[in-house]
Design a protein around this ligand. Structure first.
Ligand code: AMP
Length: 584
């Protein structure tokens, strides 16, 4: 598989998509046969013979015997694995590595099994997506990629199991190292920079080496768009230092890790000509508020490639600002638990992107969700799960995964809509995380609802030239009546009167009927908008990183009750506004 050309990998996927239903049953059969002896499966399937059942009998035996599960249901098994138990619990082969998935809302990452299958499928989907991208945007042989990727520290549980984020495991895997050697294009930064464990030093080196290789950079990428935005925000502060390093062939004293220094200094050579050109461009860009930074500094870049959907959507406008006319290609859909779908149409703008499900990676089920007409927009009623072959265009579903890594009928918590089909595999639009994040009493608001409300409120900032850097929220039920608090970090000066207007606009923008009714009856109090000082959200990100998260997978929690985060937010609050009375 690893030596496949672009055409081969597309051919493989097209055949799989054509026979999607059959590939799904084969996948289920392989997962069950392989892990038949695992304690979890034995508990639910007893001695049933999965080998000789025909396809539909196998699917119905599985779905009627094994219950839908949440992470909490599997946690006791994962805990035993972490503690070093080696009997087959979730999989036949012992699990030696666990990943930390985001679980950002409460700031507590969850453990998810990681196996060789996880890194193989990661590289397979990377290759597939790259093949589709290069049909539209061919890249030069042996070009460079400016990749803002970061490993986190890995550690061992007391049972000797290695723990880290999924991206960290992938970057450390043999498969990834092989890909780095074999692919047409190379990351600008050596492995030491990716795995330095200090995101500030890594970011500086990624930027410096990106400039060093600037003429050869074919595209700019990161896992989540957040990392690109944060990297260029820091570029605005450190570009003079970077130019100096380029001119002298030196490395700033802000990079202190010996291995990183050695690896970077091995690459750099004094280049006064490049330094002067970049300096002149940066002076000009600074005057123009850094619009078009990417194409100016990386003139041969063909596109920016990253996850730009879901919780990354709020960073899209800043990304477009830096990218100007350069294509923005939304990257694949997946999770620590399993990869799900690939973007086959790189020209589609990020807000319209769909992901074609890869029917051999996991066994997928879909819980039909119906929005209640009298409820808020995200007040769902569920039907029984259906297999991939029975999904319908226009219908929304929650995804359920059965994976090679030992998750069985696991509710992922993501809501997707079937936008169409590629051959016989569904193309999904990502809608939102299902979990409610803001609720005081009968009100129900998801991350997506909050995102729309904040987008409405921050529109008002446009006229001032100020911009929203990041945001989060909290449902404060400590005092009666409970109320929502929205925290904003803003760049630029905004008059108090205007911020008061943003606060009122957001309060009025919640369309969930539970909220509207509760606000009218004052069983939910006025919305509070807290403006936090510059750098607050960086502190939040750093808090996550200190607790084991990696920048590559970081997503700002859009709502939090975590006391540590609330303390940071409240200490950093510099202005408060209340929305006053609610219009009836
Ligand atoms: P994690 O496992 O921590 O990396 O987070 C996985 C979650 O990130 C998924 O369950 C989705 O909610 C979100 N996610 C991943 N890929 C995408 C994507 N392309 N678009 C929108 N959300 C995504």
């Amino acid at each position: 598989m690893s030596c496949w050309s672009g055409d081969d990998v597309i051919g493989w996927f097209e055949a799989a998509a054509e026979a999607a239903a059959a590939r799904q049953t084969e996948t289920l059969r392989r997962i069950l046969e392989r892990n038949r002896a695992a304690e979890y499966l034995r508990k639910w399937l007893g001695d049933a013979d999965v080998q000789h059942l025909e396809a539909s009998a196998l699917e119905s035996l599985f779905t009627s015997s094994v219950p839908l599960a949440s992470h909490a249901d599997l946690e006791p098994y994962i805990r035993r694995i972490a503690d070093g138990e080696t009997t087959p619990l979730l999989t036949q082969e012992p699990i030696t590595t666990l990943s930390l998935s985001s679980g950002t809302t409460e700031g507590r990452p969850k453990y998810v099994p990681f196996t060789r299958h996880s890194s193989e499928t990661t590289l397979q989907i990377f290759k597939l997506a790259a093949a589709y991208r290069s049909r539209v945007y061919p890249i030069r042989e042996k070009g460079r990629v400016l990749e803002f990727i970061y490993s986190s520290k890995r550690y061992k549980t007391k049972g000797g199991i290695t723990v880290g984020t999924a991206t960290t495991h992938v970057y450390a895997s043999e498969e990834f190292k092989m890909k780095q050697q074999q692919t047409k294009s190379y990351t600008c930064s050596p492995q030491e920079v990716i795995s330095s464990g200090d995101y500030k030093q890594s970011t500086y080196c990624h930027l410096l080496l990106g400039i060093h290789h600037s003429d050869r950079v074919e595209y700019v990428t990161s896992t989540f768009a957040y990392s690109i935005v944060q990297a260029f925000r820091s570029f605005q502060e450190v570009w003079r230092e970077i130019c100096n390093d380029i001119r002298e062939g030196t490395l700033s004293s802000r990079v202190t890790i010996p291995d990183v220094r050695r690896a970077v200094l091995e690459v750099l050579r004094p280049n006064p000509g490049l330094a002067s050109r970049v300096e002149a461009k940066c002076q000009d860009l600074e005057r123009r508020d850094w619009v078009g930074l990417i194409p100016e500094l990386w003139p041969n870049a063909k596109y920016v490639y990253s996850i730009m959907t879901g919780s990354m959507q709020p960073y899209l406008s800043k990304l477009s600002h830096y990218a100007k006319n350069l294509a923005l290609i939304s990257a694949e859909y997946g999770s620590t638990e399993s990869w799900i779908g690939v973007n086959l149409e790189p020209c589609t703008p990020p807000d319209k992107v769909t992901f074609a499900v890869i029917p051999t990676f996991s066994y997928f089920e879909f819980i039909p969700l119906h929005r209640q007409s009298h409820g808020g927009p995200d007040d769902f009623v569920e039907d029984d799960p259906v297999p991939l072959s029975q999904v319908k265009i226009g219908q929304e579903y929650e995804i359920v995964l059965t994976t090679f890594t030992g998750l069985y009928r696991y509710r992922l918590g993501d809501v997707v809509e079937v936008a169409g089909f590629y051959r016989n595999t569904p193309k999904l639009s990502f809608i939102c995380r299902r979990k409610l994040i803001l609720t005081v009493n009968i009100d129900k608001n998801t991350e997506k609802d909050l995102q729309s409300v904040v987008a409405r409120g921050s529109q008002i900032l446009r006229s001032t030239g100020a911009e929203l850097v990041d945001f989060t929220s909290h449902a404060d039920v400590g005092k009666q009546p409970g109320h929502y608090i929205i925290y904003w970090e803003i760049e630029g000066e905004v008059e108090e009167g205007l911020l008061g207007e943003c606060c009122r606009e957001m309060d009025a923008a919640f369309v969930d009927q539970g909220y509207v009714v509760s606000r009218k009856s004052n069983s939910i109090g006025p919305l509070e908008l807290c403006i936090v000082e510059k750098g607050t959200f960086k502190k939040i990100m750093e808090n996550f990183i200190a607790n084991g998260a990696a920048l590559s997978q970081f997503k700002t929690p859009r709502c939090t009750s975590n006391p540590v985060l609330l303390r940071i937010l409240n200490v950093c609050t510099i202005k408060r506004f209340h929305s006053t009375a609610y219009a009836s």
